[in-house]
Each structure stands twice: as structure tokens, then as C-alpha cells.
Design a protein around this ligand. Sequence first.
Ligand SMILES: [Zn+2]
Length: 621
Amino acid sequence: MLFHCMLLLMVSLMTIPASDVGHDGKADDFSSDALSRGPHSFDALHYDVSLEIFEGIEEIAGTSGLLLQSEESNLTGIVLDFKGMTIDSAWDAQGALSFLQESETVSVDLNSPLNSGDTVTVWFSYGGSPIIQGGSGFHWNMELGNHLSHYSVGMTPHSGRYMLPCWDDIYDKASMDTHLTVTDTLYAVSCGELVDVETGSGTTTYHWHHPQEISLYIWAIAVSDFIVVEDSTYGWIKYYTYPDVEIEPIFGKVDRMIDCFEATYCAYPWNQNLGFPFVGTSGFYEHNTIPFTVTGESIVAHEISHHWWGNYVTEEDWPEIWLAEGFATYSEALWEEWEYGFEAYTNYMFEIMQGYVASGKVLPIVPATNYWGTTVYDKGASVLHMLRYVIGEDAFFDGLQLYLADNAYSSTTTADLIDAFEATSSMQLDWFFDTWVYDYAYPDYQLSWESVQSGSNWEVSISVEQIQTLGPVFEMPVEFLIEGTEKDTLVVMWNNIQSQEETYTVSFLPQEVTLDPCHNILRSGLVSGIEEQEGSSYSKPPPVIFPNPAHSSVVILWQHHRQFTARVFDLSGRCVLKGRISSASTTMDVSSLPSGCYQVFVESSISRDSAPLTVIRQGDR
Ligand SMILES: [Zn+2]
């Protein structure tokens, strides 16, 4: 009854702000515009942030301290990122500091020069109305059902600067203390562990301590009239929710997702701190220990998996962001495998690969040009799927674990990943990563074959030509299924030249030869039509549409399907609306439809289904 319950919940609860786009509700037209600036003169070690939240006037009063360590001799001043609010004073243990706040930065003269290795804590007092840029910043009075939430979002590539003076680059991680003072009817959460609660005059202050270093883009705060509910399996998992919300429909499988990722990757890295704030956002964010997501199963799995991929081991710079997003997308498929079996995994990956080919994108994964695009997410996941096929189960999963262990709490590039997989596979893998990660496109195989009888056997000559016009010649083991009327056999060609022919001997008359029958390779041919399956090893429930009745837009969720086409038919059988639904974009605009009853047909590369939809126009209510 999972999705039936979810539907009831969503109808009663959700109002989705249309303007909000998250990390994982990505805008496909985004162009990367900001690289990290590389090494600077100091290392940010710890931020101690105190924020008083005035939701009535939408202002914040803040104090923040940065413990930094000099990385050069005679460091006399620092420049930090800060934008929006106004700084009124700065000081260190010796006294007041002179500072200059400009539009994007604050420059501070230190009271005493620092030598390499020396540390100092620089404090700031500031306040005002925080700003939002590119989704990053502080969001006030966001609706979720009958509740208002106020929260900060850390968005790539800039995030911390809208909330505190900081060094706002992904690679300079720091530990965090976050003190949040809010009206005493509200509850405030941030990253890490709740270590203290103090009541004041009409206010409550919540102190959250995050002892490990994290990048600022995964630091956040969330404030609302939350109640705190513990997970029924793991009491250390919390839901910051509301009395009128059912948690089970959305988060009923969080315990098993943790089991899945701990068994597959390593122990959960964040001291048993994990909570889900119910905030009014349509984006999905992997904020560490407090991911924002109140939607479907695969997205919950995706955001939880970021606690290993991106949060625990972090891409050193944005062009390598597939090390977070490609892995989180692949984790969705591994969750399918864990919960529903290998067929569910292969179907999920087939949809991801087919969707990527259908997108027409042919870019390299690294350097990423669109941090939230399908190349980073879907081609990234496809590369992991192919690597598993190429190096085998043990080397692949051992490689994932080795990479995490070797780079725990630090930052990496793809080169570190290659090192791990080369160690566990005992293979040299440059050829694989050079073509699939750093180069363009994917193969377009043209297959031809013929057979001749030889005694009681048949000699099958299989020819493959790579006819893609963009990108390199891809080196891959390519499987062929040779089928007779009653027998079949699978053979493998190590294809490393553009045009290649191999001959295989079989004991039956070949009727058909199929290239890559198990869909192990990202390739052009995947784009062809539906492959209906006879009987599946797991159930595929119909799509869930909410709200229903709908007024302006609907969310369409279809379990086990990452991307699919949705067509809306009216009662006369006319297709009145068509859209592509993916976990990056789960909504369909139905505002053009007149009031009435419709049927929504969904179709993916592996199945079809439908569900009814009622539209009620505003004036007809
Ligand atoms: Zn993600």
C-alpha cells in the first residue's frame, strides 16, 4: 500500500514552489561558471556560527568565527567570501580587527602576522536580509501543506557566502558548530549532532556540532514547527516532521537503504546522525546528515547515498562532480538490485542508458560543462555499470570500498578512482576511463554475421564496425547471443578496432545474432523501442499521480522507473499532452487542460502502464 498512502499524504500536504530548483532537481540549461580558485594562503579548519532567525521580518542576526591555519609565512590579512548581509564588526582574541566589506568579499587585516602553521580565530558580527542566488541562500516562509519552513540551501558552486563569511570553495572542508536561536514555537536543525538546547525569553537555541570536516555546499539549516520522530528500526534516524504527516509512505525503506549502502560501501560515516527535515522545497539536496527530500523512493536512495558519494569523499572541483552525482545515480540502481533483485537493477540501468542516448548529449563526463546535466548523472552511472561488467563483481565492489577507505573525509579526482580500480582488478584501466570519462560520445555498433556448416558444427563469422562519427574508437568486450531454434550461446569479442571480425563455432544452426543482449554497454542501438518483458521477477505498480484532482501541475511517480514518457489522453482518446518525466523533473504542467477526466499513459523502455487523472480548473471548483 506504499504508493496509495503516499498519494493521500501528498494531496493533503504538498504545495510545490515552482521557482525552486535543487541540486538534484537540476536545470539542464545551467552552464558551469565558477571553478574553485585553487590553493589559498590559509586552510579553513572550523566555523562556529550563531544565527538568530527572525522569520516575521525575514532577517538574521549572526556571529561567526573562522578558525584558520596559515599556509604561508608572514600572513598579514585574509579575504573571505560573503554576500548579502552586512558586517558590523570583526575581532580576534587580541581585539578589534579592521575590515573592508565589498559586494562579494570581506578583507580583514590580522592583528599579528601568522607564520605557516599558526592559527587564529577571526570573528564577525553581521545581520540583515540574506539573499538567494541560483537557489543558494536562505529561503523564508516556504509552504509545505499547512506548515511554513525557513531554511538555507547550499547550492553548487557557491553556497556558504550567503550565510557566513567563509572560504567558499568545495575543496576547503571544515568542521562546523551551528547555534540556531528561533522563536520557541519552532525547532531548528543543522548538520551533525544536537549537543545542547537552551531556552531563553520566548526563544530556544539549538546547538548542532559536526566534528568532521565538510564542504560548505552540504551545510544547511532548517527551521519549522517540526516535531521529532524516530525511525522505527534505527532510532538514531530522525524525521523533522509534522503531526499531520505520515512518514512511512516516503521513508518506510530508509532503514533498508542504510543496510544496502553500508553492506555495499562501508559503515555510515557520520556518527549515527541522520535526519530528514520536511521543508517546502521541490529540489532535492544532499545536505550532510539532513538531506532535503520529501518525494519518491529512488530520490530518497539517491540523497542518502550522497553521504558516501560527495559528502564523505568529495570531488576536488566541480568539473569532477560525477564522483558525487554519477555515483549517487548509480546508487539508485544498486538500491533497486538490493530491494527488488538483479532484473530490477538491469532494467533501471537500461532506462538510464536509453535516456542518455535519447537526450542526444555526447559530452565528456570530465570536465563537466553542466554540473546537473544528464552527462554527469546518467552517463556517469552508465560508466560504473560498464566498469562492473568489464572488471567483474569482486574487483568492482572491492574498488568502490578501497576508494572510499583510501580517501575518507577528503577530496579526490577521477585519477584516485582509477588507482583504486586498477589495484582491485590488477588491470591497467586508462583505456577505459580515457574513452568513457574524458572523451566524447559512445559507440554505434553495426553488426553483420554469416554462418557456414562445418561437419556437425557451424562456423559463425561476426563482424562489428563502429560507425559513430564523434568520439574515439571504443575498446570494450562485446557480447553476442547466437540463437538457434532450440539452443543459444553467448560469445564475447574484445573489440578494440573500428572494424573487426571473429569466427565462433557452435553446435546448432544459428538463426539470429544479437549484440550486447544484456545491455552492458552505453551505445546508440539502445534507443530503439520498447522491449516488453514476459513476466517479471518483481512487481511494477502503476504510476502515482498527485495531486489528483489536479489544478495546474501534477507530480508523476512510477516506481522502478527513472525516466519515462507520459501521455495524457482525454475521454475521446485524443492525446492532449505529452512529457518526459525523470527523477530530475517529476512534474507535468496540466494548466492547459480543461476540467475533466483523463487517462495518463506512461511508457518506458521496459514497460507501459496507466492511471486516471482528474483536472479541475480554478473556476470550476
Ligand atoms: Zn545528487
